[in-house]
Design a protein around this ligand. Sequence first.
Ligand SMILES: Cc1cc2nc3c(=O)[nH]c(=O)nc-3n(C[C@H](O)[C@H](O)[C@H](O)COP(=O)(O)OP(=O)(O)OC[C@H]3O[C@@H](n4cnc5c(N)ncnc54)[C@H](O)[C@@H]3O)c2cc1C
Length: 385
Amino acid sequence: MKNSTYDLIVVGSGIMGTFHAIHAARLGKSVLLTEKDQYPVNATVRNFGQVVTSGISSDMFAHAMRTAELYKEIQQEFDISVRNNGTVYISSDDDELQLTHELKERMDASGHGAVLLSAKKCLAQWPALKKEYCNGGIFFPQELSVEPDKLIYRVIEYAIGKYPNLTYKPGTAVVDCAVAGDRVEIATAYRQKFTAEKVIICNGGEFKLLFADLFKDSGIMLRKLQMVRTIPMPEVALEGNILTGLSIRRYESFQECPSFAKLTTPERYEELEKWGIHILFKKALDGSIIIGDSHEYADVNHTDDLGFGISSYINELMLKEAQNIVNFDVSKIASSWAGFYPQHSSKHVVEYDIDDRIHIRTAIGGKGMTCAAGYAEASVMKIYN
Ligand SMILES: Cc1cc2nc3c(=O)[nH]c(=O)nc-3n(C[C@H](O)[C@H](O)[C@H](O)COP(=O)(O)OP(=O)(O)OC[C@H]3O[C@@H](n4cnc5c(N)ncnc54)[C@H](O)[C@@H]3O)c2cc1C
């Protein structure tokens, strides 16, 4: 019979759980990483794969910087799909342009240097952009992107190969978790039992299986995002993380700039902002272009109300705005999907510590691909003092 007792059990193998497991394994702990699905299929694989350190607020910035370092470090040993092709924010009016100038000052001061680009330079570097849209940009050449449909599977493969003290059990839903004396016991849906000194639960947007009573009053909101992917268009010159005017008006780092408070919403953006739409582009390795996204919200007790369908109206709004920005035909869609992530209105990550043995770490919001690896390192260090 295989080992059923560990130093640490991590529940959930999205980006948060997997990196908590890796950091504990690096400390020499024997770790069991469980995943309810056959392989992770939630937020960690449904996103853009934009590692946009420059978009992160000052509170989480150090975690974002560390995440990029960790990705690069692992990529040198094992191909986890990391590319260094930079991030650009394209402004479309003077208010957005002003915010890019203010962000440059802040980022330069924090050692994360940026380059301001004229409209002409943006159009030369990304010829897929329309000149009617672009009035300038801010470029972070050092930033990374990853392939969301590959990264987590490769990171797990890397971790299992690298750390013999890390065991991975997919298809293993944890349905109970309780302190028993000086250990924690978990039970799976297959009625297996495992024990450990500690358990870290990285449940992402799953709030019904464990500690539902805690989450009920947590103030967490689940967000539903719509995404589309074009057919492969390798000829389209749109490399890197491409963020646009509405992203400048939305991202945390711009919210910390002095002019943000004075920003008003022009009429052309009103319907888009109503649906939480901002337009980002990310060209995948096969040449397809991921375009998104929108945001609909439900509190943690009513997540089913978000539904499973894709609204054609929202997709049409997104694609119409995307077509204002780029000159290739965005209507050549190969697929469309919804992704969900939890977020708290005032906490960057929701953390619960129960009896100093059960630690819940969830709701990293829309920045998990940018911050989770670094955040998990700090979190594991704190849990193990
Ligand atoms: C459409 C979309 C676009 C995004 N774009 C970006 C981006 O470009 N850049 C960026 O930084 N971030 C982005 N994000 C945010 C990012 O994807 C998330 O912050 C991150 O993936 C959250 O990771 P997680 O591990 O907390 O959650 P998840 O990925 O949801 O993983 C949680 C895992 O836990 C498992 N689990 C839950 N309960 C149990 C249980 N009881 N037993 C066993 N297993 C369990 C689930 O099956 C799941 O696999 C985006 C998100 C979405 C939805």
